[in-house]
Design a protein around this ligand. Sequence first.
Ligand code: UN1
Length: 465
Amino acid sequence: MSNKADGLNREADAVVVRAGQVFEKWRRVPVPERAALVRALRDVIAANKEALADQITAEVGKIRAESLGEVQEVIDIADFACGLGRRIGGVTMPSERPEHAMLEQWHPMGPVLVITAFNFPMAVWSWNAMPALVCGNPVIWKPSGKSTACARAIHALCAPVLEKAGFADLLQIQAGRGAQVGPGLIADPRIPVVSFTGSTETGRLVSTAVAARFGRCILELGGNNAAVVLADADLDLALRAILFGAVGTAGQRCTTTRRLIVHRDVRDALVSRLVAAYGQLRIGDPTRPETHVGPLIDAAAVDHMMAALDQAKAEGGQVLCGGARLAHLGPRYASPAIVEMPAQSALVQRETFAPILYVLVVDSLDAAIAANNGVPQGLSSALFTANLRAAERFRDACGADCGIVNVNVGTSGAEVGGAFGGEKDTGGGREAGSDCWKNYMRRQTSTVNYGSDLPLAQGIRFDLP
Ligand code: UN1
């Protein structure tokens, strides 16, 4: 493999060297056997589900039910990856030449660098790591500096399993400040795949650096997800989906519902019920089972939320509820806000990683689709309707432009079986289910001549006289 990138410190270089060494062994292991090791990781994680969830709640403040859900997501993707051990494979194509076979094979790529954010401190790593391992690649994890203990906790469970199997270096962590360890690793040609989850701004830098060396990038960047509610929607169902989408994880999911695009005919009915529901939210200690909304990740996140609310008001927005600092609970607490916004707003174009739901009123499905698509991001969208035609139009080629388009299901809480990711400023990457294993493999097209003649493709004749 090529030499290390300039600027990589000695510790990070050693990590990459070890990953390269273990790759030489791991790529030789049959795929179902690799899956068996992933199964062992899955089992130790499942056996420690409660403790891992406690760690998530303690470090990032996610409420307990959601922390358990996150560990379940790790278990689910590990199950999915185990299945891949007997399933990944290529296609065969008809050859235009007689007595020729044409087929695809998929091979491992090499070390995969996975850079994750604080908000899913275990699951997003696992979406990449579990399939990547089955595909034959070691994984280097650069967790967010805000959730390093979560990364270390799940790694500590995996380490003895890997050691026992003789593959200790398959999973490694390279922690530290992103600005310090990130650039060297990202530029390193010994790392063929980089999966990055984080802001659009940083994702742009990462993808440019990886593209410059022809590496492969999987980007999961900002979302600005809308729930569209038509006049015929089941409002009970919509209300529940929007509530969880907007305030779940204290508004800090990539998939958080940030915009409510509601038909004028049901605006009053829906918004008044939403405001009432917000009033019933229990905000506080995330370890308590009755809590709906825990703290934001840090005090700076609350400051950002307050700055966004100030801008909303300056743009003519009207705060319908919430949006207060809850200093008695601590500097990381704020009450989730609902803000009605005018149609034109610079703020609504932006992702603010906090529980603010902007309400926008429309008069038609066409206007709703235009509003849904009228932001730079394209991760997730949801339509609430009982009308089959509207539902299909929302999902068709001229409908919502997001990577995830749901009907009567909220914007967040995707299952691992489907590919996860989005378009436009969300970066275009896909992780987790479907055929995402292809991210971690290189495709090889082979043509095999089992005859005794050598016909050329495209009918070319090249015979000696
Ligand atoms: C994220 O916010 O980065 O669909 C991931 C969801 C979760 C994953 C979110 N399964 O909301």
